[in-house]
Ligand binder design. Sequence first.
Ligand code: AR6
Length: 179
Amino acid sequence: MSSDPTNDRIRVVQGDITSLAVGAIVNAANETLLGGGGVDGAIHKAAGPKLMEECRTLEGCPTGQARITGGYDLPAPHVIHAVGPRYQGGSSGEAALLRSCYLESLTLANQHGIETLAFPCISTGIFGYPKDEACAIAIDAVRIFLRAHELPREVTFCCFDEDEAKRYRAELDSGGIEL
Ligand code: AR6
């Protein structure tokens, strides 16, 4: 049973984030903002070369922060590029940096009047963040932000596979764990 009222504003879907017609999708980028593999590669491929042209003008982004661009050929009109931490064992500030990615992305969405925002599971692929911990941090950060802000109205966690989607649904239903 859900114990948190922000659950009404949080959705979990399984699939490819590049297909979502939301106000903005979040990219799990790296500090160069010049593309890569994983969801970053998929977003650049679907958005077309103009996204890279705009990213080149941004001159990178530090870990834990985010930058906004257009969405070009994507259904989403904006992309928020968040740079998650590489997992190095957990004692190098990774949790705070991951939390910061979510909060910075939400803040940018709020400042740009974006009503609906979709996140991938930042840092849990190539950057190796343990999935359970990353899920708990993501949900906790989103809940804290939504409690204090009307925008974005709705946040979607777009999980690439069904196991990840199950993890998010279970975490939402559990009402959160102690972090
Ligand atoms: N839609 C939704 N989720 C996806 C998609 C997709 N199309 N493709 C992959 N995922 P990753 P990171 C999931 O590796 O760990 C890049 O090279 C994937 O299953 O994309 O933050 C960047 O340039 C996983 O759950 O990002 C950076 O260098 C999640 O997205 C580095 O990888 C994140 O996996 C960032 O690594």
